[in-house]
Ligand binder design. Structure first.
Ligand SMILES: Cc1cc2nc3c(=O)[nH]c(=O)nc-3n(C[C@H](O)[C@H](O)[C@H](O)COP(=O)(O)O)c2cc1C
Length: 312
């Protein structure tokens, strides 16, 4: 048996493969043994109930998917009373993805989850709009990231993962701000703001007009961001974006990831995650890799030292 376990700042996962928030639900239990997963990350929820965006909410593009689901939520009570007990039947640690409109509300929501048995960590989806900053996502800037992560850190003793957005011109400062304010790990990252138009109807393909791009097309962008973060922070990085094969997972590790999340690929092939776990074990055996952490940041990048200025 190959040991695929990884350590996310004190939280040990049996392997580094877990679903990306919003791309996984109970229905997948028919095809995926949830006990196999390194962790279970649930769909982002908010404190109160809310509806999602107008339809159509998703469309397919070459090598990518565009969505604007809009975080429909049944609220925190439903999460504590229904979702947490359901996932407690599985061994895999449950990661609660949360969202709010203000840093105060983020803190309040995290505090409500603090003593709930069965939640292993909070993933703060700070890629969502901050109404105190005219709807700019918290994670677009270091300052708003500091404010929200401070509020979260004060509110909870649970391990805190902070999910960043690629829709920033300064991922390094944002990641540093998350680390400095007490995040246990960063997830890099969410979808890329994008848009597509149906040329026959001349209408946007999404009811929300703009949405988030995911899938294989975004992988090189996210690899670049994981690499930039790895060179500048020391907390674990959970890579996410366009992963569908074992090679993708290895690439994310070499760039600096300690674990990875899989989203869009599960819509195309629901057994992607179990396939990645067995494929990763095979890869480690064939390449004589004793522990996955040896691969984290193991890119050979002699030129790095001579790069006086990174492009971002
Ligand atoms: C249909 C859909 C719904 C999503 N919902 C959420 C969500 O609720 N919270 C969140 O943090 N990310 C959400 N995401 C983003 C994914 O978690 C992930 O960051 C992104 O899709 C990139 O990974 P991928 O290329 O493997 O899909 C969603 C993505 C998709 C495609």
């Amino acid at each position: 048996m190959i040991d695929l376990s990884v350590n996310i700042n004190g939280l040990t996962l049996s392997n580094p493969i877990m679903p990306a928030s919003g791309t996984f639900d109970k229905e997948l239990a028919d095809v995926v043994d949830f006990n196999q997963l390194g962790a279970i990350v649930t769909k982002t929820f908010t404190a109160d109930k809310r509806a999602g965006n107008p339809v159509p909410r998703a469309c397919e593009l070459p090598n990518a998917m565009l969505n604007a689901i809009g975080i429909p939520s049944k609220g925190v009570e439903n999460y504590i009373e229904q979702t947490v007990p359901y996932y407690q039947q599985y061994r895999s640690p449950l990661i609660a993805s949360i969202s709010a409109n203000t840093s105060t509300d983020f803190g309040k929501l995290a505090a409500e989850l603090d003593n709930v048995a069965g939640i292993a960590a909070i993933e703060a989806n700070i890629s969502c709009p901050n109404i105190e900053a005219h709807g700019k996502a918290f994670a677009m800037e270091a300052e708003s990231t500091s404010t929200v992560v401070n509020a979260l850190r004060r509110a909870t003793k649970l391990p805190l993962w902070v999910k960043l957005t690629p829709n920033t011109s300064d991922i390094i400062s944002v990641a540093k701000a998350a680390q400095d304010c007490g995040a246990d790990a960063v997830v890099v990252g969410n979808t890329i703001l994008a848009m597509s138009i149906d040329i026959h109807t001349r209408r946007p393909k999404l009811g929300n007009i703009m949405g988030g791009l995911s899938g294989p097309a975004i992988k090189p962008i996210m690899i670049r961001m994981v690499y930039q973060c790895y060179k500048n922070i020391s907390i674990p990085i959970i890579g996410c974006g366009g992963i569908s094969t074992v090679d993708d997972v290895i690439e994310y590790f070499l760039a600096g990831s300690t674990a990875v999340q899989v989203g869009t690929a599960s819509f195309i092939e629901p057994s992607t995650m179990p396939n990645l776990i067995s494929g990763l074990a095979q890869y480690c055996q064939q390449h004589n890799i004793r522990q996955l952490r040896d691969l984290t940041g193991a890119i050979i990048d002699e030129k790095f030292e001579s790069m006086t200025a990174l492009p971002y």
